[in-house]
Design a protein around this ligand. Sequence first.
Ligand SMILES: *Cc1c(COP(=O)(O)O)cnc(C)c1O
Ligand code: SF4
Length: 356
Amino acid sequence: MEALPWKKELSSAVRNLEQLERHLSLTEEEVAFFERRKEERPLPFQVTGYYLSLMTGIPDDPVRKQCIPRAAEFLRFPGETDDPLHEGEYSPLPRLVRRYRDRALIRVNDSCAVYCRHCFRRCFTGGAAGAISRKEVDAIAVYLRNNTEIKEVLLSGGDPLLLDDHRLEGLLAKIRYERPDLLLRLATRTPVTLPSRITGDLVSLLRGYFPLWVVTQFNHPAELTARSSAAMAAFREAGIPCLNQAVLLRGVNDSADVLETLFRGLALQGIKPYYLFQGDLAEGTGHFRVPLRVGWSIIEELRLRLSGLALPVYAVDLPGGGGKIRLEKDHLIKETEDCYVFRNIEGKEYTYPKED
Ligand SMILES: *Cc1c(COP(=O)(O)O)cnc(C)c1O
Ligand code: SF4
């Protein structure tokens, strides 16, 4: 049988320096990553031909910064860890993260079409866990049957849409069978990095599991292309609600003008900008973090420019396992010389560094 176009595209993705150099001439910073990675174990490198095609030739290109690694990934900043959210502490089963009483997150798969250089889930993503097994699905289904206070399940990873339709259907069918009442949320970056993944077959499969919401991650207006629009339109036309979670990234989208264009563009396509995330303290992502002070001033400006439909909630997952909070000032208790102290939703105190 002829391989599906998305599978062909994925198997011809760029994975090493030699292949990459055929597409663009690299900076020293970028080449240095490939030299160092022989000794250390950073997030893997992979980028699809489609995502590469969105780049202009300049080193500061916002798409390039998100997918072409630089030696700065080997820098370590105070407070950074490989598991900043302490997800290990909140895992009743190996692939299940339950940080909140009513929501659980399943790490369906550890691979992605493009490895985002800013990835917060890098301790899991691109690792050795592989795709969820039938046995693991069965164990999670039993857990969901016995824990009916869980009302919402997030399918995350890695990227769950790198599973083929058949395996995805196996997982969805099992969960739905146990819990017809669950709200499902599918997190995927494939509309941004591999839009050919959104096939007619996939969309009709997903539509059969309503209520299921798709959450994606557009970070820059350059990612809003005819192909990504077509992928998102397929969800919309099938009645699948779509949200966007953007990450605030230094040198990529840390400006009110860029984010205004992005959020307006998304809202015009029926995609609700849900969160704008402040960077987590994940190892090797320090060069992407924007000082909170700057993030606050950008969001203040956006509040003046955008309607509620286009404006996301500025939020952070607190370092040390504090969970997500909205970065509205009501969570801020005090400021010290080098950090901000926040109260999380359970009333406990967590800090976030100033870094400016
Ligand atoms: C982000 C997240 C959720 C969902 O949080 P919302 O605020 O409802 O979007 C649930 N579980 C985990 C572990 C998360 O990281
Ligand atoms: S798609 Fe998500 S999980 Fe995968 S590398 Fe990007 S941010 Fe990480």
